[in-house]
Design a protein around this ligand. Structure first.
Ligand SMILES: Nc1ncnc2c1ncn2[C@@H]1O[C@H](COP(=O)(O)O)[C@@H](OP(=O)(O)O)[C@H]1O
Ligand SMILES: [Mg+2]
Length: 277
C-alpha cells in the first residue's frame, strides 16, 4: 500500500511555512474585509497563505486537484481521484479577535474519502496530523503524543465543544436533548476536531449549512486517524471528490464509542429543525 509519507512530510512543511505568513500579518494592524455572499471575513493573511499553499501543493503534486477557500473553485464540479482541500485560515473571526484560535488545514482526499490531514495552530506552534488507518500525532513545545479519542459512551457525560463565534441556538437545543451539561467554546473546526482527537473533548456539533469541505477534510482525517468519526448531522459521511463543496447538512464529530447513541438523536433533531430534509 502507498504510505503517503511524502504527502505528509510536504503537507506538514507547507502548513508550518503558511503559519509563519499568518503570524507575520497577525503582528500588524491588518485590515478586515467581508467576503461576498455572507462568506465571512477575510484578511491579507488568508489570501497570502492561500496563494502560498496552493502553489506549493501544485508544484509538489501536479496531477492532484486542489480546492482552497480563497481560490476560484468554479472548476469544483469536476471530480478528482486525489484532491487536496485547503483552508488557509480556519477561524478568521478568531484571528480578527486576536485570541489565537485559528488554524491552517491541509487535507488530502482519495477516492472521495479523507486520507491524510494536517491541522496547524500557529499561535502555540501546535501541529496535529493523521493518516486514516495509520494513526496520528499532536506535537508542540512539550513534545509529541499519539492521538486517540476518548471512550466515553454515555451521551449525557460527553464533553461538547462548539464554535466560539458561530454558536447557534440550535446547537444548545440539541445538546440539551442529549442531556449534555459540559460544554466549551473554541474557534476553528480543525482545532475542535483536534481536541476530540486528543481526548480533551468528546463531541462537536456544527448546526448550520455555512461550512465547506475545506473546513472539515483535514479535521476529519485527523479525527478518523485517532479513531473518531465525522459525518453530517444525519450520520452520513461527506464525500470529498470535489463535486460539492458546501456542507449543507451540518457537522457531527464524535468519539466512536458514543457515536451510535448520539447520531440518531442528532438526526431526529436536525430533521425536526428542517436542517435535514
Ligand atoms: N454564520 C456562520 N454560521 C456558521 N458557520 C459559519 C458562519 N460563517 C462562517 N462559518 C464557518 O465556520 C468556520 C469557522 O468555524 P468556527 O466558527 O467553529 O471557528 C468558518 O471557517 P473560516 O473561518 O475558515 O471562514 C466558516 O466556514
Ligand atoms: Mg474554515
Amino acid at each position: 500500500m502507498h504510505t503517503l509519507d511524502a504527502e505528509l512530510d510536504t503537507a506538514r512543511r507547507i502548513a508550518r511555512q503558511a503559519g509563519a505568513i499568518l503570524l507575520e500579518v497577525y503582528a500588524t494592524p491588518f485590515a478586515v474585509q467581508d467576503k461576498a455572499g455572507g462568506m465571512g471575513p477575510v484578511t491579507e493573511a488568508d489570501e497570502r497563505a492561500n496563494a502560498f499553499i496552493v502553489e506549493a501543493l501544485r508544484t509538489a503534486f501536479p496531477s492532484d486537484g486542489v480546492v482552497a477557500e480563497e481560490s476560484d473553485n468554479s472548476a469544483g464540479a469536476s471530480r478528482f481521484e486525489r484532491c487536496w482541500f485547503v483552508d488557509p485560515m480556519d477561524g478568521t473571526q478568531e484571528f480578527v479577535h486576536r485570541n489565537g484560535e485559528f488554524a491552517i488545514h491541509i487535507g488530502l482526499a482519495m477516492g472521495g474519502k479523507p486520507a491524510l490531514g494536517v491541522v496547524y495552530r500557529p499561535v502555540g506552534d501546535r501541529l496535529y496530523w493523521g493518516v486514516v488507518g495509520q494513526g496520528g500525532f499532536v506535537e508542540d513545545a512539550t513534545g509529541r503524543r499519539a492521538l486517540r479519542v476518548s471512550d466515553t459512551t454515555e451521551p449525557s457525560s460527553l464533553r461538547l465543544v462548539v464554535s466560539r463565534s458561530h454558536r447557534s441556538r440550535l446547537t444548545d437545543a440539541v445538546a440539551q436533548r442529549l442531556g449534555i451539561t459540559h460544554s466549551q467554546a473554541c474557534g476553528s473546526v480543525g482545532l475542535k476536531c483536534g481536541l476530540l482527537a486528543e481526548a480533551a473533548a468528546d463531541l462537536y456539533l456544527h448546526v448550520s449549512d455555512k461550512s465547506y469541505r475545506w473546513d472539515n477534510c483535514a479535521p476529519e482525517a485527523v479525527l478518523r486517524a485517532a479513531g473518531g468519526i465525522l459525518t453530517d448531522l444525519g450520520g452520513t459521511p461527506y464525500s470529498y471528490d470535489g463535486a460539492e463543496l458546501q456542507n449543507h447538512r451540518g457537522l457531527l464529530a464524535c468519539n466512536a464509542a458514543a457515536f451510535d447513541r448520539v447520531a440518531p438523536v442528532v438526526a431526529e433533531f436536525a430533521r425536526e429543525s428542517g436542517i435535514l430534509r
